[in-house]
Design a protein around this ligand. Structure first.
Ligand SMILES: [Zn+2]
Length: 371
């Protein structure tokens, strides 16, 4: 999987590869971009390009370093690509330790001796000081099988002490090491960390580009589905590729029941509403289900806002545009505002553990009384 497989942000990738070619790649890099924009994928590609034994190059307005994907360094680094799976294995391995060891064991993903992935440590899901200490303990040793030691921090949620320790490494990094700091927002890092790193941003891709990529990469989706997913993924190709379209449509059909029931006024038949809300139960599964429902509900309200404000080109649920237009005629800004506030209340109620179905019913009927 060479650089040509990376989707989007060609100028940024080009610039980074030019730095590699000139041996001017910075020792600390902040890669910022939305969830699913490809930060981790890119960091692993760069780690392979730095350490590939074949050292191939490709011609793109100049000869640029690439990686073969087949040598022992490339293949071992690539084993870290499925971060969720490797992370789950690391968590499980720690769970199986004796209690005393468990407390002292910090979480890492490592499939190559010179490339270390540092994920946020559960249950707090923060980077902890002991994780950074381990980086400090190893970073000053020359790499054994690679040319460059690579460290990838996959989150910018650092405990305070951990951030301060990281700063110490960034003040004096060895020549043969590169640290990647991945974040959705570079502003989350201390200014002193930012000033010692070079910041690269992976911007959102145009909807049309995601749509055309999906046509090739997700042939199981029909054009209508690809168009919908492209609009819902906020320009992040990773999010688009892993989008749960069935789950989304299911949650949205429930949101539509609630919405229609609320818009139907006092005379509307509530049978379908109650049948729907009854399926929302307590427990972790119910929590996730209602989370999806609320998210899709927000996206529908947003689309109705776009229609109200005369910007139908911004509507994301394009596959039900006709239905949305009809609903839009029955609403106004004030109602949409109330609905949005009402949703916020349901969310707060859920945090207080109110019965799920009850707060959903209350939400739908409150909107109706107001209409
Ligand atoms: Zn290789």
């Amino acid at each position: 999987m060479p650089f040509s497989d990376f989707v989007g942000n060609p100028e940024t990738i080009h610039r980074m590869r030019e730095m590699l070619a000139r041996n001017r790649f910075p020792h600390a890099v902040i890669l910022s971009g939305a969830q699913g924009s490809g930060k981790y994928t890119l960091a692993l590609m760069l780690a392979r390009a730095m350490n590939c034994l074949e050292q191939p190059s490709s011609f793109e307005g100049g000869t640029l370093p690439d990686f073969c994907g087949r040598c022992s360094n490339c293949t071992r680094i690539a084993q870290s690509a499925d971060l969720d799976a490797r992370f789950a294995e690391a968590v499980e391995a720690r769970e199986n330790l004796r209690d005393t060891d468990k407390k002292e064991t910090r979480l890492f993903v490592q499939t190559h001796p010179d490339v270390l992935i540092i994920p946020p440590d559960p249950p707090q899901l923060m980077i902890k000081v002991d994780q950074v200490r381990h980086v400090i303990e190893t970073i000053y040793y020359r790499p054994g099988e690679a040319r460059e030691r690579v460290y990838i921090f996959t989150s910018s949620s650092f405990m305070k002490e951990a951030a301060n320790s990281l700063l110490k490494v960034l003040e004096e990094p060895p020549d043969f090491a590169t640290i990647f700091l991945l974040t959705e927002n570079a502003g989350e890092f201390l200014p002193t960390i930012r000033s010692r790193s070079m910041i690269f941003n992976l911007g959102a891709l145009p909807t049309a580009e995601i749509e055309s990529r999906l046509a090739k990469l997700r042939p199981d989706w029909n054009p209508r589905q690809s168009a919908l997913v492209a609009r819902l993924s906020d320009g992040a190709i990773g999010r688009a590729l892993s989008f749960d379209i069935e789950g989304y449509i299911a949650a949205r059909s429930h949101a539509l029941v609630l919405l229609k029931s609320a818009l139907g006024g006092k005379d509307s038949d509530h049978t379908e509403l109650f049948k729907t809300t009854e399926t929302y139960r307590a427990g972790a599964e119910g929590r996730e289900k209602i989370g999806n429902l609320l998210r899709t509900f927000y996206s529908l309200l947003e689309d109705l806002m776009f229609l109200q404000s005369g910007t139908p080109q911004l509507v994301r649920n394009t596959d039900i545009l006709g239905e949305l237009k009809k609903m839009s005629e029955a609403t106004d800004f004030a109602w949409l505002q109330r609905a949005s506030d009402g949703l916020g209340e349901v969310e707060r109620g859920l945090r207080r553990n109110l019965l799920r179905s009850l707060s959903l019913d209350a939400f739908a009927t409150a909107l109706e009384r107001a209409s």
